[in-house]
Design a protein around this ligand. Structure first.
Ligand SMILES: Nc1c(NC[C@H](O)[C@H](O)[C@H](O)CO)[nH]c(=O)[nH]c1=O
Ligand SMILES: CC(=O)[C@@H](O)COP(=O)(O)O
Length: 139
């Protein structure tokens, strides 16, 4: 049994509810314990994971959020920098599944957040468990 922390950027609550449900279902189906930590936006997720990893309380992490393009360049920053920082943490050996949706509109987000459709939350949970398994194999 592993200890998993879901770090969610609760920018769109109704979408996060579906993503977190999908991730939680996947993790609990494998007998793991799950905690959820909420931050304001996707740009805060990497920092929160970094802080939690310092405490060595969890074995793996799932990043959950939704970034929907607006009128300005800020979408590129939020989407790109959160992904880049999460990738940097994984390259440091932290097992993280990235379930941050980066989409053009809410319709695209709904399809990907819904556990009965593309279930990107569950997919991110699977990715976190895959990296944790590799840590155990190569650690
Ligand atoms: N526009 C979205 C944001 N923007 C907020 C940033 O993530 C960050 O919280 C802010 O810049 C303060 O540091 N965040 C999302 O998660 N989704 C968005 O669509
Ligand atoms: C992804 C974003 O930061 C976006 O929601 C912000 O919208 P805008 O670019 O219209 O300020």
């Amino acid at each position: 049994m592993a200890r998993i922390l879901i770090v969610e950027a609760r920018f769109y609550a109704h979408l996060n509810d579906m993503l977190v449900a999908g991730a939680r279902a996947e993790l609990e189906a494998h007998g793991h314990t799950v905690e959820v930590l909420t931050v304001p936006g996707a740009l805060e997720i990497p920092g929160a994971i970094s802080l939690a990893a310092e405490a060595e309380l969890y074995d793996a992490y799932v990043a959950i959020g939704v970034v929907i393009r607006g009128e300005t360049y800020h979408f590129e920053i939020v989407a790109g920098e959160s992904a880049r920082a999460i990738m940097a943490l994984t390259m440091d050996g932290i097992a993280i599944g990235n379930g941050i949706l980066t989409v053009e509109n809410e319709e695209q987000a709904l399809v990907r957040a819904d556990p009965a459709q593309k279930d990107k939350g569950g997919e991110a949970a699977k990715a976190a468990l895959a990296l944790l398994s590799l840590q155990e194999r190569f650690g």
